[in-house]
Design a protein around this ligand. Structure first.
Ligand code: SIN
Length: 282
């Protein structure tokens, strides 16, 4: 296996590996897992593997989970279809910086995304290293956010376009969890800035230490949160990947955010994602 770093921030391309083999080979799988912890997102070309092999490889990391809105392949539970077509280009969007499913109490530890079909140009995906984003924050911001917690919401995001009854049912099924604003990676112990597009507000900003008058609360509620959420958009923290059919990305969802660039015209873009269950952030 050869490993080539793709940006200074994160991401490496693996060559000389077939993921169907890696699903059956303990040593090869362990080597890929170690590279994932090192680089946070791994890329591979020419993975002409079956859906069963895709699922089998992802299962090596842990149990898979579906998505309440996107839906899974019925023959391969846990393999979520993210399909765009010329008829329905915008029925869902991923062009918002996010960490997958932080609206769960225990968001996924990672994902294995395979491209089935893509536009001839455009439709790239970008990832950002949120451990680096945390490390680069000014010290006074680190001090301010150290104790903070934030509410993440499926209702306010996937639910927003639903009729009220469906939205409330979704919320009842996935009550908005609270997570630390800075999480500790359970394997590398890195500190990670853990707010993204699913966050609605801080839950414990409004304390006498932070708020003297209403204007202070507004500043904490909106400006600080916007500032933190915008960190993923800093180019120095990113890598960008151009898809071809049978390209694969494997990412550590505990340390990254990603953004699928929706810059292409009416076209098919078919991606299949195996999401791997994770731990409760601390
Ligand atoms: C995702 O947001 O998980 C999917 C990214 C993509 O479709 O490129």
């Amino acid at each position: 296996m050869k490993v080539e770093q793709l940006s200074c921030a994160l991401g490496a391309e693996l060559t000389g590996v077939n993921l169907a083999d890696a699903a059956r080979d303990d040593g090869l799988f362990a080597a890929i897992r170690a590279e994932l912890l090192r680089h946070k997102v791994l890329f591979l070309r020419d993975q002409d593997i079956s859906r069963a092999d895709h699922v089998a490889f992802a299962r090596r990391f842990g149990e898979l989970e579906g998505h309440p809105v996107a839906g899974s392949d019925p023959e391969h539970p846990g393999l979520v279809r993210i399909y765009k077509s010329p008829e329905q280009p915008n029925d869902r969007y991923e062009n918002s910086w996010h960490t997958d499913a932080t609206w769960r109490e225990s968001p996924p530890m990672g994902a294995v995304l395979r491209c089935v079909e893509c536009p001839p140009v455009g439709g790239d995906t970008m990832w950002a290293n949120m451990a680096l984003a945390y490390a680069q924050l000014p010290q006074h911001v680190k001090d301010l956010i150290a104790p903070l917690r934030a509410r993440h919401s499926i209702e306010a995001t996937f639910g927003a376009a639903m009729p009220i009854e469906k939205r409330l049912a979704l919320r009842a099924m996935y009550p908005d969890p609270e997570h630390p604003v800075v999480r500790t990676h359970p394997e590398t112990s890195e500190k990670v800035l853990f707010v993204n597009g699913f966050v609605t507000h801080f839950t414990n900003f409004h304390t006498p230490a932070n708020v003297r008058v209403g204007q202070d609360y507004t500043q904490g509620r909106t400006q600080l949160l916007d500032y933190l959420i915008s960190q993923a958009a800093i180019p120095e923290y990113q890598v960008r990947w151009r898809w071809k059919p049978n390209s694969v990305a494997i990412w550590d969802n505990r340390a990254t955010q990603h953004y699928a660039v929706m810059d292409y015209g009416p076209c098919h873009r078919k991606m299949e994602r195996a999401g791997i269950m994770g731990d409760k952030p601390f």
